[in-house]
Write a protein that binds this ligand. Structure first.
Ligand SMILES: [Zn+2]
Length: 248
């Protein structure tokens, strides 16, 4: 037992991985099967949270990266993009069971419709103190494609609208500062970073399959897209801050 503890300590406290935060990016959850690459079954999500708890790795609110909190050597932050209703029905009860914090990145137009979160569900999650909401642009565009479709001035106006409107709308409905952004599809570049800063954001999150070091570029902070197959050694690698293999 002592040997296992020592090995775990080596694995999770290795200097090469020190002071990084593994930011987990989820999308939707399903109680019985995982129909798409970005869906994680409730069973797997529960196992992942159990693993974090068993290893004693602190789950920090995403905002702790910016508010002057002294971060532990190893930490995890949980995020979920797109505002699917399964965040409320599947993810939230498990967050509550563990008292783990998560940040939702939302596109306002879909909320309240179809398979997307209802406003009162978001408010209920916020009221628990375990969940906060931040913008994920207005309409979830692929900025790379949109840029090729418009002259530069028209793209600049489109971009401004996509970045500013969700801040206003979400702040009006939910309160809060709304100054953290997740890039749709993780797509970002220096011009987009500049636009996000000009629109009042203090940081933005991408994908990239690696942990966020303390000196990460503030508008391209990497997250791990989490898959239904991320169990055992695959999930431990994420928790220890190792980059994903290129093939994944
Ligand atoms: Zn998204």
């Amino acid at each position: 037992m002592r040997l296992i503890a020592a090995l775990l300590l080596l694995l999770f406290a290795a200097p090469a991985c020190a002071q990084t935060v593994s930011i987990l990016a989820y999308h939707r959850f399903s109680p019985d099967h995982a129909p798409g690459a970005t869906t994680v079954t409730t069973r797997v999500f529960a196992a992942q949270l159990d693993r974090i708890a068993a290893l004693g790795i602190p789950v920090i609110p995403l905002r702790a990266l910016f508010d002057g909190t002294t971060l532990p050597q190893r930490a995890v932050a949980i995020t979920a993009d797109d505002g699917h209703r399964s965040v409320f029905t599947e993810m939230f009860p498990l967050l509550q069971a563990h008292r783990f914090h998560a940040t939702l990145f939302l596109n306002p137009p879909g909320l309240g419709h179809g398979t997307y979160l209802r406003w009162e569900e978001i408010a209920a999650m916020q009221a628990s103190g375990l969940v906060d909401a931040e913008p994920h642009t207005m309409t979830h565009p692929d900025f790379r494609t949109e840029r090729t479709r418009r002259p530069p001035e028209a793209f600049a106006a489109f971009l401004r609208q996509e970045l500013e409107a969700p801040r206003r709308l979400l702040a009006a409905r939910l309160g809060g500062t709304m100054d953290l952004l997740a890039w749709p599809y993780g797509i970002n570049d220096p011009a987009l970073h500049q636009a996000a800063q000009a629109a009042g954001y203090r940081a933005a999150f991408a994908l990239g399959g690696r942990a966020a070091p303390p000196d990460a570029a503030p508008f391209a902070i990497p997250r791990y897209q989490v898959y239904d197959t991320d169990l055992g050694a695959r999930f431990d690698a994420i928790l220890s801050g190792r980059p994903r293999a290129k093939s994944q």
